[in-house]
Write a new protein. Sequence first.
Length: 63
Amino acid sequence: MFQRIEYEQLNSRQKENFNFQKVAAHLADYGFDCLRLSDDWQGADFIACHIDGETFLKVQLEG
């Protein structure tokens, strides 16, 4: 039904979205909820908040 995409064929914005989804999925395994930012805030593309309520990561994606 669906076909896997080829990363190399994505444009830069699509690659950033793809990378966010992949990283957010991995961080979820370690108790993080990821919040995408509409613009780069202090160099971060998204914030990862841990379930402990004390750990926050500023994450910048590379293309």
